[in-house]
Design a protein around this ligand. Structure first.
Ligand code: FAD
Length: 410
């Protein structure tokens, strides 16, 4: 029986581990935390997962929350100027199939228990780059799905050609709250040029439904005020203040909101980076990166957890197709190349959202107010970012499309 070691029990690692177990592989997962520690820990993400990724989770029978999770029914977009009472662009588009956000603390702790219950071998340890050679000696294939951050930099160096940013482009903060006011039961995406973005969405936690308030502040800008705030009540007050000041049209979502304490908020900064996904250990053994360890995006477009699912889906298919042949460096390069074929689209969409919106994108967002089909197409970029580059990646194509829609509708 082929033996696979996966370091990291997050969205990418756990999904691949459970998928391979179901196919009869021997799978060892190395997790720095137990299921209980993950479940009782700090909030990790907004984790909005869109339909194409949900389909893979469902195919593996891992959609345990389908009956309880509030459906994320669409995308509402608002853009306003700093200090304006109302947005100058505002539209809503339903998603063809709802997305979902299940608190990763709930999802990952459940999946980790499920992994053990289904016969997986779990080791609780914080793996180091030096440990990988030992895993590679005992297993046919070693994957590193240890999330973002520099800990495996020496194994998977940054790919400069694919990484346009060398610093964080946003200061991010997330607070899960209860008793929110009235807000759209989808993802509301607010944009204020020069300030940043605000997102609000419904999600399911172990304590029941909550609302995620997510701020994405331009570093050094007027909304970049959350660093160092450790008190939950003060953090929530700051969220409410920023909403009243920059997104007054969405302020009602948080006016009477309540915080459940210090584990329900986080603040940080993420440098988007694409790495070389195949690493060679000092011993010469190759290892393969997954999810955020391979490609880390800023959360602005909500693509990281979706990427992690697609990475697990693509790697699983290739591992199965590879049969009994050795999992050598060439095989790993094929895996990473196929993953990049998918993730280059979400990475481009994500990285472009971090830059000031070009005129043709603003024209498109404006036209979406008038033409539901434009709004629908933009909303579905979150589902399928491969439509981004051939459309909004080219100003001429984007403008020709708007002309074509306007003529057709006239
Ligand atoms: C505030 C915020 C909001 C977000 N919102 C969204 C969103 O709406 N939609 C979306 O798609 N994405 C979103 N993301 C991104 C998404 O959460 C990540 O991209 C996704 O979780 C990556 O999955 P992963 O499995 O690669 O890594 P992780 O989920 O980070 O999992 C890595 C796992 O490895 C473990 N680990 C780490 N180091 C070691 C080690 N040395 N040894 C053993 N175990 C280790 C960690 O404890 C963790 O369990 C958001 C992120 C943030 C921070």
């Amino acid at each position: 029986m082929r033996h696979i070691v996966i370091v990291g029990a997050g969205q990418a690692g756990s999904l691949l581990a459970l998928g391979l177990l179901a196919e009869g592989y021997r799978v060892t997962m190395v997790s720095e935390r137990t299921a209980e520690q993950i479940g009782n820990g700090r909030v990790l993400s907004n984790q909005c997962v869109f339909e194409p990724a949900l389909r893979h989770e469902r195919a593996l029978g891992l959609n345990h929350w389908d009956g309880q999770v509030p459906p994320v029914t669409g995308i509402a977009f608002d853009a306003g100027m700093p200090g304006s009472a109302d947005p100058f662009i505002s539209w809503v588009s339903p998603l063809d199939h709802p997305a979902q956000s299940v608190d990763q603390r709930l999802k990952m702790s459940f999946w980790l228990n499920e992994f053990v219950a289904r016969g997986g071998e779990l080791r609780i340890a914080r793996a180091t780059p030096e440990d990988l050679a030992g895993y590679a000696r005992e297993a046919d294939l070693v994957l590193v799905a240890a999330g973002r951050g520099p800990q495996f930099d020496s194994v998977f160096p940054r790919d400069d050609a694919r990484s346009p940013y060398s610093e964080p482009q946003r200061g991010i903060t997330l607070h899960l709250v209860t008793a929110p006011g009235d807000f759209y039961q989808g993802v509301t995406f607010g944009l204020v040029p020069g300030v940043g973005e605000f997102f609000v969405l419904p999600l399911l936690t172990a304590a029941g439904p909550k609302t995620g308030l997510y701020f994405s502040a331009i570093p050094g800008g007027p909304m970049d005020v959350f660093d160092g705030v450790t008190d939950a009540a003060r953090h929530l007050e700051l969220c409410q203040e920023q909403l009243r000041r920059f997104f007054p049209w969405s302020a009602g979502a948080a006016e009477d909101a309540k915080s459940d304490g210090p584990l329900d908020f986080l603040t940080g900064r993420i440098t988007p980076v694409v790495r070389h996904g195949v690493g060679t250990l000092p011993t010469g053994q190759p290892v393969l990166a997954m999810g955020d360890t391979a490609i880390t995006n800023d959360p602005i477009a909500g693509q990281g957890a979706n990427n992690a699912v697609h990475c697990a889906r693509i790697y699983q298919r290739l591992i199965l197709e590879h049969g009994d042949r050795p999992f050598d460096a060439e095989f790993m390069r094929t895996c990473f190349d196929r993953y990049w074929d998918y993730a280059r689209h979400s990475t481009r969409f994500n990285n472009d959202l971090l830059a000031p919106p070009p005129v043709h994108v603003l024209e498109t967002l404006q036209a979406a107010q008038e033409f539901p089909e434009v709004a629908h197409r933009f909303a579905h970029l979150f589902n399928d970012p491969s439509d981004y580059e051939p459309w909004l990646g080219d100003p001429e194509v984007a403008r020709a499309y708007l002309r074509e829609v306007a003529e057709r509708v006239a």
